[in-house]
Design a protein around this ligand. Structure first.
Ligand SMILES: *[C@@H]1O[C@H](CO)[C@@H](O)[C@H](O)[C@H]1NC(C)=O
Ligand SMILES: *[C@@H]1O[C@H](CO)[C@@H](O)[C@H](O)[C@H]1NC(C)=O
Ligand SMILES: *[C@@H]1O[C@H](CO)[C@@H](O)[C@H](O)[C@H]1NC(C)=O
Ligand SMILES: *[C@@H]1O[C@H](CO)[C@@H](O)[C@H](O)[C@H]1NC(C)=O
Ligand SMILES: *[C@@H]1O[C@H](CO)[C@@H](O)[C@H](O)[C@H]1NC(C)=O
Ligand SMILES: *[C@@H]1O[C@H](CO)[C@@H](O)[C@H](O)[C@H]1NC(C)=O
Length: 427
């Protein structure tokens, strides 16, 4: 025998041998890009069978333990995968009378994670406060880019913030909030290197109270908590020009809407119901926002607390009211931040308010029940803004006046502020 024929002969012997033992090849399943993918991604399942001498297998794909064939391609592609495509997949193949074994099952997992939006430290703010909006995807914490939106019309019209990229890492921080940051925010997360985007997150309201707004929100009756089935009105009154302001609100149901009728600046309820609970504010046609107030409609016991922030040094009286008695005043216990501060009294007097009085208040009657909680915010006395000028030397003013000499308007403003502070100092 010629030496060159030897390999061929060996090959023949070996293939006869393997045909005798009938060892079936076992296919291998592969998934691209990964076994764990996000909704909407393109996913390819591939079945490979290695068997010497046999090519062009006919393939069959099975899902879970079913015997029915859902695809007969070597590669099966889900162009846009959904949760219903998740499951265990296996394949086998045949050619003529030759069958492969069934492959091991491979599990495809499809997730649709949610972006969750929270606010730190809190969503009720005073002009100048810092705030951070935090967007997170809980089940897969890394590999996301975040974008930021405000709700413009309920239920689902959003505008991307012009500086949305500032919060791409998940935290959108404002070091000093302005009035116009009042609004309803949402975020969404996007997978880097993939088409996947989460749905929009839950909404979060930020409400910012101003120090000296050009418009007043008049609430009647003047308190934050209200009984059910009574009348209630909220009205935006511009000191100079009452047109152009409307009352907007964000209710507990997550709806952002106009409350005043078209063109009007007053919002009126002839008979309140709990679903009127929400944050209400004045908004101008230019999007300026003022005086957010947290209105609560509740049946039974309510706390009578001021609508607007109180000023340091003011006298504050809190009462506990009950819907079904006249007069409505109850002898009740008053709580601040969860601790009892006044026992069995018809009204709670705080004769000189200080910053330490800021907090959540509610009242409780042993049999009639307790009121919802309301935040009472305390603002520095108005002299605070004048401290710098009244304590500084007149020379500061002299320097300022020479710097500003070229600018009479600014000079007059500075002089007026100075004079105002001096007058306040005297009173
Ligand atoms: C986001 O803000 C929170 C709260 O202020 C902070 O704990 C967290 O470390 C911040 N994360 C990043 C990525 O800056
Ligand atoms: C809010 O007001 C500031 C200063 O007037 C302005 O620079 C900013 O663009 C406003 N932001 C929005 C969301 O209107
Ligand atoms: C009040 O506002 C309206 C609309 O913005 C304007 O047309 C009108 O001139 C203003 N009136 C005063 C007295 O400023
Ligand atoms: C509240 O009043 C009750 C009865 O008058 C008294 O026993 C209790 O010590 C008082 N609690 C406080 C914190 O004043
Ligand atoms: C609270 O203050 C008002 C006004 O100073 C006073 O009339 C009232 O008696 C005080 N109430 C209590 C319980 O001290
Ligand atoms: C706003 O009102 C809601 C509903 O009564 C209440 O649960 C919440 O504590 C209030 N928040 C503030 C900051 O007053």
């Amino acid at each position: 025998m010629e030496l060159s024929l030897l390999p061929l002969v060996l090959l023949l012997i070996s293939s006869v041998h393997s045909a005798h033992t009938e060892e079936k090849p076992k296919p291998k399943v592969s998934i691209k890009p990964a076994q764990h993918v996000f909704r909407g991604e393109k996913v390819t399942l591939r079945c490979d069978i290695y068997d010497e001498g046999v090519t062009s297998w006919r393939y069959s794909w099975y899902k879970e333990d079913s015997d029915s064939v859902f695809s007969d391609q070597q590669e099966h592609t889900f162009m846009s995968v959904t949760e219903s495509d998740a499951g265990k997949y296996s394949c086998d193949g045949f050619k003529g009378s030759r069958w492969s074994q069934k492959s091991d099952a491979v599990t495809l997992t499809v997730s649709d994670p949610r972006a969750v939006l929270s606010v730190s430290p809190q969503n009720w703010l005073t002009e100048g406060d810092p705030v951070t909006l935090i967007c997170e995807v809980h089940s897969f914490s890394t590999g996301w880019t975040f974008s930021w939106f405000t709700l413009t019309v309920s239920p689902d019209q959003y505008d991307q913030l012009s500086d949305s990229s500032r919060g791409a890492g998940g935290n959108y921080t404002v070091s000093s909030v302005a009035l116009n940051h009042t609004g309803v925010y949402v975020c969404r997360a996007e997978r880097e290197k993939s088409v996947y985007k989460t749905p929009f997150s839950n909404t979060q309201l930020l409400w910012v109270t101003g120090v000296s707004p050009p418009v007043s929100l008049i609430v009647s009756p003047s308190r934050t908590q209200h009984f059910t089935s009574v009348s209630l009105s909220l009205s935006c009154e511009d000191q100079s020009n009452s047109t152009g302001w409307r009352v907007r609100r964000y209710t507990d149901a997550g709806r952002l809407e106009d409350c005043s009728l078209r063109g009007g600046s007053t919002c009126t309820f002839s008979s309140t119901v709990p679903s009127h609970t929400g944050v209400y504010w004045c908004e101008s046609e230019f999007g300026e926002k003022h005086h957010p107030v947290n209105i609560t409609v509740h049946s039974g016991v309510i706390l009578e607390s001021p609508v607007h922030p109180v000023t340091e040094g003011d006298h504050l009286i809190l009462r506990c009211l009950y819907q079904h008695t006249t007069p409505a005043n109850l002898r009740a216990d008053f709580y601040k931040d969860g601790s009892l501060i006044q026992n069995q009294t018809t009204e709670m007097n705080i004769t000189t308010v200080s910053k330490s009085h800021e907090g959540f208040y509610y009242c409780k009657h042993p049999t009639r029940g307790e009121s919802p909680k309301s935040w009472i915010s305390v603002r520095g006395g108005s002299n605070e803004h004048c401290l710098f000028l009244s304590e500084s030397q007149i020379s500061v003013l002299n320097i300022l006046s020479s710097v500003l000499a070229a600018c009479p308007y600014l000079l007059v403003t500075v002089m007026l502020v100075f004079e105002y502070c001096r007058m306040r100092g005297k009173t």
